[in-house]
Design a protein. Structure first.
Length: 352
């Protein structure tokens, strides 16, 4: 199989929270795959930044272990892994203080794109943005990438936007959802708009209901304190599942560029009806099979944070009026699945 090589400018990429779960499971293995695909110029460098006291060698060992665990064996090549690790370094940094920032600045090179990935809790986004400018690390060509959850509610999201806007122009801020990088998700619009069989049927007249499910078999052990501040609703529904719902329900954009697609997604969100209390189910997984329960993992016996949530949504526009959308996600479920099920209405019964 021949990979398509896409020209990319040389860059310095800094991953704040480089030792965290998201970096190990998703970001660093994903960057390795892009390197193998020929999408990373030789001049590019990746720097992990976190509180842990590591040196370059220690971080490279961690990245190598992450690749071994989360990249399929058939895609692992010793020579490629070694070449990838040669591009990686590490800086121990204090996101709220002054420690490590001068060392990070010393690693930044002139005349390359600087990108900063905020793989940390949202409470640190503002501190990182402020210090990148205060220490002269970010410039007009820099980009920041912020992951979910983006605030806890509307007020905190607006406050966070305001803080980032103080230090970066809008075109420099990338609010991303890594679920949209899945190949199947990227193919959704092709299924929707390039399939002459499906497109005429893609409406309430023919579709009985839609189910969107993201089920995980893992619990929250090891990061329960973080997860207990968000829960399944903030961690999954208001970002990942809502993006999938928008891709399923949106109208054809006038052009397939980011702004046009975003505008059509926004129309779907504005057409959503308020969810009725009886249309929401929340729960926590219990201990079993030799593994602890949610209350044990979050270390709070009185926690009311959900590790499972299911809800029924309605979209009040001409295309979807009357067709329910069922969204559900949770931890420590029986099997792992990420799927969208479109259930068409049965044809009228007839007798020969």
């Amino acid at each position: 199989m021949v990979s398509r090589v896409i020209p990319v400018d040389p860059f310095d990429l800094v991953i704040f929270g480089g030792t965290g779960d998201l970096a190990r499971r998703k970001i660093l293995p994903g960057l390795y795959r892009r390197f193998v695909a020929g999408q990373m110029p030789a001049e590019s460098r990746i720097t992990g930044a976190a509180r842990a006291e590591l040196d370059d060698a220690g971080f490279r060992q961690m990245v190598g272990e992450a690749i071994a665990e989360f990249v399929p064996k058939e895609r692992q090549d010793k020579a490629q892994v070694a070449a990838f690790l040669d591009r990686i370094g590490y800086v121990s940094i204090d996101a709220k203080g002054t420690g490590g920032w001068d060392a990070l600045k010393a690693r930044m090179r002139p005349n390359v794109v600087r990108a900063f990935y905020f793989s940390v809790a949202p409470a640190l986004f503002g501190d990182l943005a402020e210090r990148l400018h205060a220490h002269g690390i970010a410039d007009a060509w820099s980009r920041i990438v912020v992951e979910k959850p983006f605030g806890r509610d509307l007020a905190s999201a607006r406050a966070l936007n305001a803080v980032l806007a103080e230090h970066f122009d809008e075109h420099q801020i990338y609010r991303i959802d890594h679920y949209l990088g899945k190949e199947t998700v990227q193919n959704l619009m092709a299924v929707r708009f390039a399939n002459i069989l499906f497109e005429p049927l893609w409406k309430a007249e023919y579709i009985d209901h839609v189910q969107i499910t993201v089920a995980e078999t893992v619990g929250v052990e090891g990061r329960g304190a973080y997860y207990d501040k968000s829960g399944a609703m903030r961690d999954m529904v208001q970002n990942h599942l809502m993006q999938l719902l928008c891709l399923i329900a949106m109208e054809p954009p006038y052009h397939f560029d980011p702004d046009a697609v975003r505008d059509e997604k926004l129309k779907v969100i504005r057409a959503l009806d308020p969810v009725k209390p009886d249309d929401i189910v929340r729960g926590q997984y219990l201990a079993g099979g030799g593994q602890g329960g949610y209350l044990e993992h979050c270390e709070d016996p009185n926690s009311r944070t959900e590790s499972y949530i299911a809800l029924k949504c309605h979209i009040s526009n001409w295309r979807w009026k009357g067709t329910p959308f069922y969204l559900r996600t949770g931890k420590r479920l029986r099997s792992r699945a990420s799927e969208i099920a479109i259930t068409f209405k049965e044809p009228p019964a007839f007798h020969l």
